[in-house]
Design a protein around this ligand. Sequence first.
Ligand code: ADP
Length: 176
Amino acid sequence: MSFRNRIDLTKGDITKVKVDAIVNAANTSLLGGGGVDGAIHRAGGPEILNECRKIVARQGGCKTGEAVITTAGNLPARFVIHTVGPVWNGGDKGEEKKLTDCYRNSLQLAVDNKCSTIAFPNISTGVYRFPKAAAAQIAVHTVADFLDANETLGKVIFVCFDEESYELISKEMMLL
Ligand code: ADP
């Protein structure tokens, strides 16, 4: 199926979405934070943090641009994929490449774990201050390129918490 029919957009709370994997905009410590990270740990319960702690003990956290996977605890999803977005520091510190890596590595980890549906929040666009329009462009194009080359993922959903991100992602999807 064409990649265009496998990308969806919705507005709301990612903790409510029933997919194989939801993606968390985590931080390098993997030990929880605010924003979507806080919401996922609150709604998913302590099992997620327990698995994060085991990953920290094994590999010492998660680097920017990389991704790790845990149970989704009490959430309707099966897994949480934790990826660490770049903090925006003016744009000449490799931020765009690192954000691309977040999407690509999360998608690959979903495939490796036999997921066919995955939902993303707008990584880095909260407290990490990545400009929303540039982030939307990277998100949509990285997902489209991945789907174009990969048949196993059936659906990728962008779950936007704010209207501005929703409009920006929607605009990028229309350009595909
Ligand atoms: P980062 O540190 O990567 O910037 P944030 O959690 O601060 O992460 O913000 C990332 C995006 O997640 C923002 O667009 C924010 O509005 C959004 N967000 C916050 N809570 C939720 C939620 N429950 N579901 C989906 N998106 C959320």
